[in-house]
Design a binder for this molecule. Structure first.
Ligand code: 13P
Ligand code: ZN
Length: 269
């Protein structure tokens, strides 16, 4: 079957990277059933031929006007589609959408009319935010890591920066590769603009955002970077849990050791 990816190696690479990460999410146990979603802003790869492609769906309302997205194109995981299926057949379990000129609707253009993720409000609001601040970030990942979600069931970890400081102190890499830490959003109904708006607010301050008792959202220049940040945080959570299972509270690196690392790597304060 013909695909929009045929003879478009750069666009195909973006979609293949999404498929690779979808496989990791399944292997890690972070993607039960259809859990989690991925979108990538692929506007840079939309050539004239793509721009002329007719819609293969109706115009679907976004629920509000999202101003910076005029004429943008996104690859989106399909709603109710499994990550493990996205890994093997990305264009059967995801699709490419175009935002219409009114910035209030989208239409699916390829390959099949697979309806995008139910978290589209959050994903597109984040892309809108990133375009607005001229960021190079093009990928948004939402996933359900067991360890990090479990930690949000303890009210003590929901205090501002409690989880960030704890996870940073487990292994130096976490501070180095997730230098702005983890923001927390109190539980909110999935798929809502309320959740989307809170997420953007936290992204002003943090690299990764935790949706209490649900999952994380991470952004990056590409999907690999977005995945790596969550993977690094999850590794720290695993070290913490392993120490607790061995019957002791992990000591964590000291404030002096963390400050030294921050200065050596030129990390934000
Ligand atoms: P979708 O299948 O609609 O992407 O939803 C999965 C999910 O994790 C919702 O938060
Ligand atoms: Zn979810």
């Amino acid at each position: 079957m013909k695909s929009i990816l045929d003879n478009r190696s750069e666009l195909a690479k973006q979609v293949n990277d999404v498929a690779e990460v979808a496989g990791y999410l399944w292997q890690k146990g972070w993607a039960e059933r259809n859990g989690g979603n991925i979108t990538v802003n692929i506007t840079a790869f939309a050539d004239e031929e793509i721009k002329k492609l007719p819609a293969i769906s109706e115009k679907i309302a976004l629920g509000r006007t999202i101003e910076n997205l005029k004429g943008c194109y996104f690859f989106c995981k399909g709603t109710n589609r499994r990550m493990r299926d996205l890994a093997r057949r990305p264009m059967d379990n995801g699709s490419i959408i175009r935002i219409t000129d009114d910035c209030a609707h989208y239409e699916i253009i390829a390959d099949k009319p697979v309806k995008p993720t139910s978290e589209l409000a959050s994903h597109l609001s984040i892309h809108n935010y990133m375009i607005g601040k001229d960021s190079d970030y093009k990928a948004v990942l939402h996933t359900h890591p067991i360890d990090l979600v479990a930690m949000t069931h303890n009210p003590a970890f929901l205090e501002k920066d409690a989880l960030t400081n704890l996870l940073w102190s487990m292994i130096p890499e976490t501070r180095a590769f997730c230098p702005r830490g983890l923001g927390i959003i109190p539980y909110k109904m999935p798929s809502t603009f309320e959740l989307a708006d809170s997420t953007i607010k936290e992204l002003e301050e943090y690299d990764v955002v935790m949706w209490e008792k649900h999952g994380v959202v991470s952004v990056g220049e590409n999907i690999m970077e977005a995945f790596d940040m969550v993977d690094t945080l999850s590794k720290s959570a695993q070290i913490y849990m392993t120490a607790k299972c061995m019957g002791f509270e992990p000591a964590g690196t000291t404030k002096e050791q963390m400050d030294e690392l921050r200065d050596a790597f030129n990390l934000p304060k």
